[in-house]
Design a protein around this ligand. Structure first.
Ligand SMILES: *Cc1c(COP(=O)(O)O)cnc(C)c1O
Length: 507
């Protein structure tokens, strides 16, 4: 089509007079982008799942500086296709099984589009009442779907907030816990506060502790073992606390995990909360990935005991069809968050806030400005409904079981840790013929790393790894929205082919 808004007098100033939010131009270009993305999803399987570019590829392809004159959307979209898409790792591909999923959906996308379209900055109630009120409502809806105790809902004097990420959710709750404690024992004691997790806890906790001013020596990553399937044992937790008390330190915060990142291990939250209660420790439950599954009655037991915790979070942008970013955080005592995170500058004062009848979410998070994230979660909940959302999660679990079954039929492989949700951790067993010492873990680890790289370099599927208890394992996480059983079967064939090649070559 070429340049569309050609000024007859000056070709170079094309469309410069056009308002950047001209409604008709918005409609035209918007439709083009939707068409572009619809084609992308239609054709997504033709791309290598893991991007195959080399570092710095893009600088070689793009101009050194920004254009002085406007360029038409047609040209820009061409460049997205030719220059950007090769550098995309296709998280929405049905052949994507890496990390944890980032499950997209039409409803999540449209909700994102609506909130971006309104582009409001809902820091307090007054700045967009619907943004605040919808957020409180969907957080109560979701809390009820998870059967969270009433004390986490607004109706029970708790409440929920949408954060960008789990990292922020943990930092905010840790900060709330810290200030609640320091207000009791005196600011000067900050150096004595101790934060607990396990050696499987996400590094988000360590980051939060660093930012919150917890002394690095007072960060406890309590050891786990295969015996407890890498869950944190309440006995080990208590021993760590007792040792710290002995040393004159003050236990502050435990981050327990439902579905650890390495192997989806589950910490026993009921017993852990019982221990924490004896010492006045704030318990946060990080269910970033697996929390979504707990809307299914058959998975709800994993969060039994949540009533003893102080806060609970999950990432709807992982396994709940909601586009990034959308971390759902519920707290029992919102006032602890507000006391730690609020400021009250003159230019934000208004009648609603002063009357204390409203939630001002700026006081529940780090930043002032905030996106209208509730919109996309609302669209997801309404467009699919609870029954369908459950079935969607179950279908992924079923496919993970299917993959597990395929592994079980091939003697060259083993499952490394029991599967709990929709992720399978497996590895190639190193045949004794390849080494004098068949138990040489280091060799096994190297061979599995080689296998994984060879699989991923093919571009046909993408998986990632973890090392748990010294064992290198390949993680196969089902959760991309477009994945079907046939993709799982093909993925397994790809694994077998590459394993055959590696074992053959090493003989
Ligand atoms: C993904 C994940 C996180 C980090 O989530 P962000 O939203 O990226 O901060 C934390 N904990 C667990 C268990 C996770 O799986």
């Amino acid at each position: 089509m070429g340049s569309l808004h050609t000024d007859p007098h000056n070709n170079n100033s094309a469309s410069c007079a056009l308002n950047p939010l001209d409604p008709e131009e918005f409609r035209r270009q918007g439709h083009m982008v939707i068409d572009f993305l619809a084609d992308y999803y239609r054709d997504i399987e033709k791309y290598p799942v893991r991007s195959q570019v080399e570092p710095g590829y893009l600088r070689k392809r793009l101009p050194e500086s920004a254009p002085n004159n406007p360029e038409p959307i047609e040209t820009i979209l061409q460049d997205v296709q030719n220059e950007i898409v090769p550098g995309i790792t296709h998280w929405q591909s049905p052949n994507y099984f890496a990390y944890f999923p980032s499950s997209g959906s039409t409803a999540g996308f449209l909700g994102e589009m609506l909130s971006t379209g309104f582009n409001v900055v809902g820091f307090n109630w007054m700045s967009s009442p619907a943004a605040t009120e919808l957020e409180s409502i969907v957080m109560d809806w979701f809390g009820k779907m998870l059967k969270l105790p009433k004390s986490f809902l607004f109706s029970g004097n708790g409440g929920g907030v949408l954060q960008g990420t789990t990292c922020e959710a943990i930092l905010c709750t840790l900060t709330a816990a810290r200030d609640r404690m320091l207000n009791k024992i005196g600011r000067e004691n900050i150096g004595k506060l101790v934060v607990y997790g396990s050696d499987q806890t996400h590094c988000a906790l360590q980051k939060a502790a660093q930012i919150a001013g917890i002394h690095p020596k007072n960060f406890r990553a309590v050891g786990t073992t295969k015996l407890t399937a890498f869950g944190l044992s309440p006995e080990s937790f208590r021993s760590a606390i007792l040792e710290d008390l002995e040393a004159g330190l003050i236990p502050l915060f435990l981050c327990a995990t439902i579905g650890t990142t390495s192997s989806t291990a589950v910490d026993p939250i009921g017993p852990l909360c019982d221990v924490a209660k004896d010492y006045g420790i704030w318990v946060h439950i990080d269910a970033a990935y697996a929390g979504s599954a707990c809307i299914c009655p058959e998975f709800r037991h994993f969060i039994d005991g949540v009533e003893g915790a102080d806060s609970f979070s999950l990432n709807a942008h992982k396994w709940f069809l909601t586009t990034l970013d959308c971390c759902c955080l519920w707290v029992k005592d919102p006032s602890a968050l507000v006391k730690a995170l609020s400021t009250n500058p003159e230019y934000l004062k208004n009648k609603a806030t002063e009357s204390k009848q409203v939630v001002d979410y700026k006081d529940w998070q780090i930043a002032l400005s905030r996106r209208f994230r509730a919109m996309k979660l609302w669209l997801v909940l309404r467009s699919y409904g609870v029954a369908n959302l459950r079935n969607f999660l179950r279908s992924h679990v079923k496919m993970a079981k299917q993959f597990e079954g395929l592994i079980g039929m091939d003697k060259r492989f083993e499952i490394v840790v029991p599967r709990t949700f929709a992720m399978v951790c497996f590895r190639l067993i190193v045949p004794p013929a390849m080494d004098q010492n068949p138990l040489d873990e280091e060799l096994a680890n190297q061979i599995n790393a080689k296998l994984l790289e060879s699989i991923n370099a093919s571009g046909r599927v993408y998986m990632t790894h973890a090392v748990v208890g010294g064992v290198y394992m390949i993680r196969f996480a089902v959760g991309a929205t477009l994945t079907e059983e046939r993709h799982v079967n093909v993925a397994w064939k790809v694994v077998q082919e590459h394993a055959g090649a590696i074992l053959g070559a090493s003989n």
